[in-house]
Design a protein around this ligand. Structure first.
Ligand SMILES: *[C@@H]1O[C@H](CO)[C@@H](O)[C@H](O)[C@H]1NC(C)=O
Ligand SMILES: *[C@@H]1O[C@H](CO)[C@@H](O)[C@H](O)[C@H]1NC(C)=O
Ligand SMILES: CC(=O)N[C@H]1CO[C@H](CO)[C@@H](O)[C@@H]1O
Length: 289
């Protein structure tokens, strides 16, 4: 179960990595950004080919840890909270999503930290570059230079972000799907899966943007850790509240295909297994008869 969700998420991450990288670069810009497209083009032009894929191994490791835990924990919690398989109430769904997001965010934090740093590395002055070769080298370097505790840098906003991301994505997906189904204009097929996941991506991007900007800034930083509220206040003071939405466009374009692919693959897998279970039930009843 865990592995299946992880595999779906890994595939999505190949597609979304360049956007994720562009987002991180924009979030660490304190001045005015050139715009998402211009930023991406400049990275591709100026940093040779792998530039736009810097940190891919960490991105995959992050998906493998974060998404796998998140999805897996959600399903387990859902089972735990629903007696005799009845549908969960909205509130219970939110609780499930929040708790599983929290677990996923904490477990995925080390890989996330390495990913952000690898994505942002080329932008730093040479003497500040970290030169992590891959995800595991990055983890090793962080433990070596900052101690095991170093792996927890940014964990606070990361967990918060995961909670918002998980709840807003999952809950709005299910709510949009239910809403679209109730209009009776749609059947439960790929069209509705697409529409619902697209809408969920929009909601989740907006809700998560401020926390995401702060998470990236904290993970980029070296030396003494800055708290969430201090970072929040200093961004507002020095750059204005709109800076909390830096990288919104690549974040939206990043998250939405990710959300769409993940949920659509998930629905297909669910269908496949439901059909297999149906066949198996049919087979057993046939032999019983
Ligand atoms: C990112 O980190 C570098 C090196 O620690 C620092 O010089 C730079 O100011 C940081 N950028 C932001 C936006 O915090
Ligand atoms: C639960 O929801 C599904 C659709 O989402 C519906 O088909 C089913 O009848 C519901 N079950 C209960 C017990 O309400
Ligand atoms: C997308 C997400 O946030 N992941 C977990 C929280 O909610 C989803 C909805 O299916 C769960 O499946 C995940 O477990």
């Amino acid at each position: 179960m865990f592995i299946r969700f992880g595999a779906a998420a890994c595939f999505a991450c190949l597609v979304s990595h360049p956007l994720d990288l562009t987002k991180v670069r924009m979030q660490t810009t304190t001045g005015i950004n050139k715009g998402a497209l211009r930023t991406a083009i400049d990275i591709i032009k100026n940093e040779k080919f792998p530039g736009i894929y810097n940190g891919l191994s960490a991105s995959i490791l992050r998906q493998a840890t974060y998404s796998t835990m998140r999805f897996g924990a959600y399903d387990k919690l859902k089972l735990l909270l629903s007696k005799n398989g009845e549908n969960l109430s909205f509130v219970k769904k939110v609780i499930c999503a929040a708790v599983s997001g929290c677990i996923g965010g904490a477990v995925g934090n080390p890989a996330d930290l390495v990913m952000v740093r690898m994505q942002n590395d080329a932008k730093l002055p040479l003497e500040l570059q970290r030169n992590y070769k891959n995800a595991f080298h990055g983890l090793y370097q962080i433990i070596k230079t900052e101690g095991l505790k170093g792996l927890t840098r940014g964990m606070g906003p990361n967990v918060n972000r995961a909670i918002f991301m998980n709840s807003s994505q999952v809950v709005s997906y299910e709510q949009f799907k239910q809403f679209f189904l109730e209009t009776r204009l749609f059947r439960d097929d790929v069209v509705i899966h697409f529409l619902s996941s697209f809408s969920a991506g929009f909601v989740a991007t907006t809700i998560c943007s401020p926390v995401d900007v702060i998470k990236t800034r904290i993970m980029n930083s070296t030396g003494t850790k800055q708290g969430f509220m201090i970072m929040f206040a200093s961004i507002i003071r020095n750059e204005g509240p709109q800076a909390l939405f830096k990288g919104w466009v690549p974040a939206f374009v990043r998250l939405t295909p990710h959300t769409v692919v993940t949920f659509m693959v998930l629905e297909q897998i669910k269908n496949f297994y439901d059909r297999r279970i149906e066949l198996r039930i049919k087979a057993t009843t046939n032999t019983a008869n």
